[in-house]
Write a protein that binds this ligand. Structure first.
Ligand SMILES: [Fe+2]
Ligand SMILES: [Fe+2]
Length: 203
């Protein structure tokens, strides 16, 4: 059972200039995951272009891409947002502030559908379908991540208390396994294989 980030009443008020959150907190952690995901999206675009240019589909690289998307982007990142961050923001009343909030859930479902479609195309060696679905996926994911980075996460920083952030961090710690670091290594490898600088999106 994962810890509930909303257990107990918050003891501190909203963050302000006198109560800056720690440099690395739950939101910063999600931002760092975005950086890794964005780098892999660039690698996907490079690989999709290569498929169309050369006509060859390097199965081993696409298998690594699919593994990263299914495990790191979905089971690690999306899941933490869906299970911990989004419900907490709902309880703090985000839907009254930002009516587009519910679209973020739908974006995750659409991302899962596109990754499943991509997996089918890879397994079947369907080059044109793979290139097309890869482009749809990278476009949809970039748009989703940009909304979270530009709107949702800053809003979360303003809405959540220091205790909220600490409880989120504890929930993330309990959820993430040590093995998740291997997927960051996998992302680095995919980027290197695709001529993409892994750190390009890091702030
Ligand atoms: Fe998300
Ligand atoms: Fe996210």
């Amino acid at each position: 059972m994962h810890p509930d980030p909303d257990q107990g009443a918050p003891a501190s008020g909203p963050t302000d200039a006198n109560h800056e959150p720690p440099v690395t907190d739950a939101i910063e952690r999600l931002c760092e995951e975005h950086h890794a995901i964005l780098a892999v999206l660039d690698a996907i675009d490079a690989q999709a272009s290569a498929v169309m240019k050369t006509g060859s589909l390097v199965l081993s690289i696409w298998a690594r891409i699919v593994a990263f998307l299914q495990t790191y982007a979905d089971k690690c990142h999306f899941f933490k947002e869906e299970q911990f961050l989004f419900p907490l923001l709902e309880r703090r009343g985000i839907s009254r502030i930002d009516r587009s909030f519910s679209n973020l859930h739908q974006d995750h479902q659409e991302g899962r559908r596109l990754v499943a479609d991509m997996t089918t195309a890879v397994d079947g060696g369907e080059r044109l379908r793979l290139a097309n679905v890869a482009r749809s996926l990278t476009k949809a994911m970039r748009s989703h991540l940009a909304i979270e980075l530009g709107v949702l996460y800053p809003l979360a920083r303003r809405m959540l208390t220091l205790d909220d952030l600490a409880q989120l961090e504890a929930a993330f710690d309990a959820f993430d396994t040590d093995g998740i670091c291997e997927y960051v290594d996998l992302a680095r490898r995919v980027c290197a294989e695709s001529g993409v600088e892994f750190e390009r999106h890091a702030s």
